[in-house]
Ligand binder design. Structure first.
Ligand SMILES: [Zn+2]
Length: 134
């Protein structure tokens, strides 16, 4: 038995391809259309944030729901095979996320997290970003 529907599987797999995966691209396109300027994957900041807006002191992590254990239905999936391996890996990610965000806030950054599932609805994502950005 596999806990994934084919749809969920492709949703999860979409994060494995690396940096410029589509959820991040959606966020970037939206920010661009809203007139924001940003830097990408800034390695000298904790966690190498996906999107950094130095002018506003805001940075954005675009997180895959599965990998970073979002509280949505995609993040709550527990793999039936190699369960322990995945759970250790995922809770390690989550812990690291928290630590990085704390460090970044301490030095004055506003840290926003956009979840992969939130990038599926363009309109919702737009209003969410608009409400949280300066
Ligand atoms: Zn989610």
């Amino acid at each position: 038995m596999d806990v994934h529907t084919p749809k969920q599987r492709s949703f999860n797999m979409s994060r494995i391809r690396g940096k410029d995966t589509s959820p991040e691209m959606k966020v970037r396109h939206l920010l661009h259309s809203l007139g924001y300027r940003y830097r990408l994957h800034v390695r000298d900041l904790p966690g190498c944030p996906d999107i950094v807006m130095p002018k506003h002191r805001v940075l954005i992590f675009v997180h895959g729901c599965f990998w970073h254990m979002h509280k949505c239905r995609f993040g709550r999936v527990v793999p039936k095979t190699n369960t322990e391996f995945w759970q250790t890996k995922r809770s390690g990610n989550t812990e690291r996320d928290r630590r990085n965000a704390r460090q970044l806030r301490k030095v004055g950054w506003t840290v926003l997290t956009v979840w992969e599932c939130e990038t599926r609805n363009q309109e919702k994502l737009k209003s969410r970003l608009e409400s949280r950005l300066p």
